[in-house]
Structure formats: structure tokens, C-alpha cells
Design a protein around this ligand. Sequence first.
Ligand SMILES: CC(C)(COP(=O)(O)OP(=O)(O)OC[C@H]1O[C@@H](n2cnc3c(N)ncnc32)[C@H](O)[C@@H]1OP(=O)(O)O)[C@@H](O)C(=O)NCCC(=O)NCCS
Length: 231
Amino acid sequence: MGLLKDAKQIAERDPAARGILSVIFLYPGFHALVYHKIGHFFYRHRIFPIARWISQIGRHFTGIEIHPGAKIGNGLFIDHGMGIVIGETAEIGDNCTIYHGVTLGGTGHSVGKRHPTIGNNVLIGAGAKLLGAFTVGDNVLIGANAVVLADVPAKATVVGIPGKVVRIDGRPIIHSEELDQVITVDPLEQELCKLMHRVIALEHRAGVEPDERHLPTFCDPEKYNQDNPEK
Ligand SMILES: CC(C)(COP(=O)(O)OP(=O)(O)OC[C@H]1O[C@@H](n2cnc3c(N)ncnc32)[C@H](O)[C@@H]1OP(=O)(O)O)[C@@H](O)C(=O)NCCC(=O)NCCS
């Protein structure tokens, strides 16, 4: 019954889908969920070789490798599939979307929890790598090809390598004020901001009207005003 719901969800969420039957028969992302459900059943009953065998058959036919130990919520939409790896201790919440080339992996040879925990309604863009035992909050967007290595707060948009929060709830953020996390510290960005403030201050002194649109969104406009008290 859960799988039928999943298929329905996929049909609703994929604009290219031609109904629930096409999802059931033609979508490798859906087939991967079926293999995983069976493999996970054997894993929970500690019949590990059969669990692993089923997961490998699923990988062969879909190009999606989900370890039978991974915990997957309802309504996961794996779009395109191919090249996806989901590790043993990974956990995925409800209604998430994962594109091709995504890895939910570990970073070393440690045992125990070593893969990420993903919240609900999270989108993980094509090619993104999430490496380590951290948590991604609900309603997060992870950009294509991002490499995420640390916790991500709810409603954030994370892009780049290493992954950096560029939006919270769709709103650009000022890193120095609003977040104090390893994931957001970018010394290059801070230096760039300092330089931009100096350029604008010099333009002002030279009598040229500075164009604030050139200030990157991650820089603090208040600081710009302090640099230019008469403005
Ligand atoms: C991350 C993502 C969800 C953000 O979408 P959004 O909410 O519309 O946000 P925006 O497009 O306004 O982007 C926000 C900022 O991140 C940057 N950005 C967006 N996606 C990025 C990416 N993948 N890598 C690096 N930077 C990215 C934008 O340039 C923008 O920068 P700015 O603040 O300097 O202007 C989207 O860009 C994305 O990557 N989606 C994955 C889609 C995918 O994998 N499709 C595969 C289909 S086959």
C-alpha cells in the first residue's frame, strides 16, 4: 500500500509522468524503492546476505544503489536515478526528491552512524554529495553538484563546494550576522566583501555615485553605509 502511495506521489510530482501506471512500469526510481522495501525487510530480520543480494539486483536493473540498512520515508521521488548511492546508516524523511548522481555517503572507515540524516521535503540536486553523519533540516534545497559536509538548518538553500547556505526561506542571508556554522564560513567571501566595501568607499570619495547593485548579496549593506557616513 505504501508503494502505491509512493507511485501516486511520483506521478503527481513529475511533470513528465503520464499517470501512475507509467511510474509503476517505467520509473527506475520507483523500482529502486520496491527492491529496497524487500531488502530492508531481510536486513531488519538480520538476514544480511539476502538483503544485500536484493539490493545488488536492484542496483543492476536501476543504477541506484541503496544499502538495505538505509531508512527511507514515504513519498521519495528518485528522478532519473542512475549513479545514486545511499549508505547503510543514511535516513531520509518524507516527500524528498533526489536527482541522478547523488551520494549520501560516509567519509572514512568508521563504523556506526556515518551517513547523513535528511529531513522532510528536501530536494537534493543532481550530482550533489552529502558526506558524513550530519543532519539536513526540513524543506532544504541542495543545489546540483554541491558537496555538503555539515549540518544544514531547516528551509535553507545550500550550493557550492563545500556547501554553503545562500538562502534561508528563500531570503538571501548575511553570513557574518545570521549564521555561525562551519558550513557558512568562507574566508574568500569575507575578503571579497571587504574589498567591495573599499571600492565603493573610494568611488564615493572620488565623487562617483556607487552602484549598490555591484555589492554581492552576501555582503552587509549596513557596513557599506558605515563606510560612507554621509550616504
Ligand atoms: C539550489 C536550487 C534548488 C536553488 O533554486 P532557487 O531556490 O530557485 O534559488 P536561485 O536560483 O535563486 O539560486 C540561489 C543562489 O544560488 C546560486 N545557485 C543556484 N544553484 C546553484 C548550483 N547548483 N551551484 C552553485 N550555485 C547555485 C544562484 O546563482 C544564486 O546565487 P546568488 O545568491 O549569488 O544570486 C537550484 O538551483 C538547483 O540546483 N536545483 C537542482 C535541480 C537539478 O538538479 N535538476 C536536475 C534535473 S534533471
